[in-house]
Design a protein around this ligand. Structure first.
Ligand SMILES: Cc1ncc(COP(=O)(O)O)c(C=O)c1O
Length: 422
């Protein structure tokens, strides 16, 4: 098991005060905090090795290129890719998915084809496919969830046909936390020759990822959600599929040679990393991956699961005042808990928690269709990571108790008062 107290020492921001209280950071599904190791790695790169990559024979450029290439190797190891050539560094999950949509989808999806996505997808894994479908006159089919927040695999089995060209889904929902069975989805899709795109934004930072076992063709994830810097992310793809994919963005560093009539594209992964990349961010992300591997992804998964188990148990003490969504079994979900306090708007609860120094997100979390499906106009989302503690959960429950107490008093019907003034 990991020791969150030990880990917290690496995160300077976690000792800062917010509203005069020690911050409780429960907004990890949106973005995570950064350990000193990541901050220092980036600082050291800028202080000692900075230059552009793949463009100079001088020492600094050689050093920067080596460090940037090594970052690909570390990330390949982190997800157990066959080769670092399968790892494309991008800015975030959104860019990774758009790279597939415009590099693969635009060139391979045809009129009458079908694209299958799920109602629990984040807009980043929904809107690119909808635009491609519009451009190519293809059809988008949505797979629903059951009322308990699990994906409707029965519906997926019915929806998949010879017309299915692509299946996209989240490995874990950013609202419900539901962990989907990637292998089962990939096998169904591959039976009809469809390409499979997995959104790993909410799974890769929180559980072991082995792309050899997932059986998907593409996997997208963001660096800033796994202790890395903003402007970093990964698109992993199976080498044979990547070899067939067209570059989405083209320009410097994507080619070996260009004449006025021809172009010879660069080898993988450079073909897909157009222009000067986010070099320091890539190096920072690799440092984050090393940090996570040192702690152990199994340990992180276990820790978050126990935090969820404990929170749901403590929610019971608050009676039916708290409504939460998604699977009840902590083993089937990530460390994400979306909930509402009955009778209070989600933003009111979010703002009230901030007064206690607790950072959560409130709103629809870029998953409007999912919220509509649940009949909600928003939720409050607490999302955990390796540095969160059981004491923080206790404090969170205490804050909710106080909010409930205030609600009871504020919403009490007005009683008549006697006016004693003149
Ligand atoms: C499931 C999921 N997919 C995609 C994204 C988009 O990530 P980014 O904003 O880093 O591109 C998010 C971000 O919250 C997410 O939770």
């Amino acid at each position: 098991m990991l020791d969150p107290e030990d880990i917290r020492r690496d995160f300077p921001i976690l000792s800062r005060l917010v509203n005069n209280r020690r911050i409780v950071y429960f907004d990890n599904a949106a973005s995570t905090q950064k350990p000193m190791q990541v901050i220092r790695a980036m600082q050291e790169f800028y202080e000692k090795h900075y230059a552009n990559v793949h463009r100079g024979l001088h020492t600094l450029s050689q050093e920067a290129s080596k460090m940037y290439e090594e970052a690909h190797e570390v990330l390949a190891k982190f997800i157990n890719a066959y080769s670092w050539r399968e790892v494309i560094l991008v800015s975030n999950t959104t860019e990774a998915i758009n790279t597939v949509a415009y590099g693969w989808g635009l060139w391979n999806i045809r009129e009458g084809d079908e694209i299958i996505i799920t109602i629990m997808d984040h807009h980043s894994n929904m809107l690119p496919w909808r635009l491609i479908a519009q451009l190519k006159r293809a059809k988008v089919k949505y797979i629903d969830i059951a009322n308990d927040g699990y994906l409707r695999y029965d519906q997926l089995e019915e929806a998949i046909s010879e017309r299915t060209r692509l299946v996209a889904f989240p490995i874990a929902s950013n609202v419900l936390g539901t962990i989907n069975d990637a292998k089962r989805i990939a096998r169904l899709a591959h039976k009809v020759g469809a390409v499979v795109v997995a959104d790993g934004a909410q799974s890769v930072p929180h559980m072991p990822t082995n792309v050899r076992e997932l059986e998907v063709d593409f996997l997208a994830f963001s660096g800033h959600k796994m202790l890395g810097p903003t402007g970093s992310g990964v698109l992993w793809g199976r080498e044979d599929v990547l070899e067939e994919m067209k570059p989405f963005k083209v320009g410097g560093d994507t080619i070996i040679d260009v004449t006025l009539d021809t172009v010879v594209w660069h080898e993988l992964p450079w073909r897909f990393e157009a222009g000067t990349p986010n070099i320091a961010e890539g190096i920072g992300l690799a440092e984050a991956a090393k940090y996570l591997m040192r702690v152990g992804m199994e340990n992180i998964r276990e820790h978050e699961m126990e935090l969820v188990r404990y929170t749901l148990k403590r929610f019971e003490e608050l009676g039916d005042e708290i409504e939460y969504y998604g699977p009840r079994n902590p083993g089937d979900k990530t460390g994400v808990i979306a909930f509402n306090v009955k009778g209070l708007n989600h933003h009111t609860v979010g703002a009230a928690l901030d007064m206690f120094g607790i950072a959560v997100r409130s709103g629809m979390h870029c998953a409007h269709p999912l919220h509509r499906r649940l009949g909600l106009d928003g939720t409050v989302r607490a999302s955990y990571y390796l540095y969160n503690t059981f004491e923080e959960v206790d404090y969170f429950i205490e804050a909710l108790e106080k909010i409930l107490h205030l609600k009871k008093n504020l919403l009490r019907p007005a009683t008549s008062t006697t006016c004693t003034g003149t």
